[in-house]
Design a protein around this ligand. Sequence first.
Ligand code: SF4
Ligand code: SF4
Length: 373
Amino acid sequence: MIAQVAVSKCNSYEVKEVEQALRDSLSLLGGITCFVKPHSRVLVKPNLLMSKPPEDGITTHPEVVRAVIHILKDINCKITVGDGPSVWGNYIENLDEVYNVTGIRKVCLAEAVPLISFDKRRMRAKFPLTCALDQCDYLVNLPKFKTHELTLITGAIKNLFGLVSGTYKTELHKNYFKPSEFAKILVDIYQEAKPALTIIDGILAMEGDGPATSGKIRQLGLLLTGSDCVALDTVMAKIMGIANQEVLSTKEAALRGLGEGKLDKIKIFGEDIEKLNIRPFILPKSLARISKLPKPVQDLAKILIKYYPYSLRSKCSRCGHCVGVCPSKCITLLRNGIQFDYNKCIACFCCQEACPEAAISVKKSILAKLIGL
Ligand code: SF4
Ligand code: SF4
């Protein structure tokens, strides 16, 4: 079957506008019942990376979640909502804070839909995934349209990483720290989770050093809808101005035959993305610099040139979140900020992703400096 993606304009998070845009997108693709059967059990998984309000553009907007709930209620589905953000310390309390601050709890309460935690898990070949997946008939995936320092984009496939239970995410970062290996793990998760429907919230998007506080919010005004996460990430990369082969998870998933990674083979409904005239997204620092090199040396550069996290002490509140998420345990909390042990750092940028104060930037290796990157 030919891969299909609907691209719809939606310029605000006003509830009626979001719902109408989503209903229109789904109509273009044949309607919600082409993805989810009536009366089924559905798990809705937004991107709730950290406890930041929706206007920060880091997490899936609650009005997108509300619109999806309304559409699923129309066909009498039994809905649950949940995510597994990388919270540290007291899991349930911190998860509660994420659910409160992101506005998801308010929507779920108003819609009388259970909001669950992913604390119960079942081991798969290489990682445990939430048992909530076993208890639903369909997964509806609601990623955010953002750049990502490690994986370049965080869209349809990357959002599924939140299905990995609790602290095991840290283990995966530690054990599969090369970007190419980590991309394979993401695709393994995609293969297990098989979302029936994915809607990427690109109304408020993010560029630069995403996916968290170090990124820059960008008003994009788009929603991307479909069932093929490879095709969705391919279209998303195109809109961002990124060559598709650059996104390793898309490349890997297409190689495994899990979806369509060639833009010219994807049928795009709704907006003509060529005519939208979207300025290319600012890439994360590490990747933006390498992409300036001539094509033939880019692959070599990715191996030789390293980028590391760098502490901006004036912004650091000493909250310790980075210490808690670091898979290599190479961050020490000091009286006036933090210190990295670069001998142990695997450049996964989990610390930057977890920092609530945008207090972690990117530092170049000596080789990168020598060749002027
Ligand atoms: S210091 Fe940051 S980038 Fe380095 S291993 Fe720890 S979390 Fe990853
Ligand atoms: S760098 Fe960020 S996450 Fe780490 S202690 Fe400082 S404010 Fe907290």
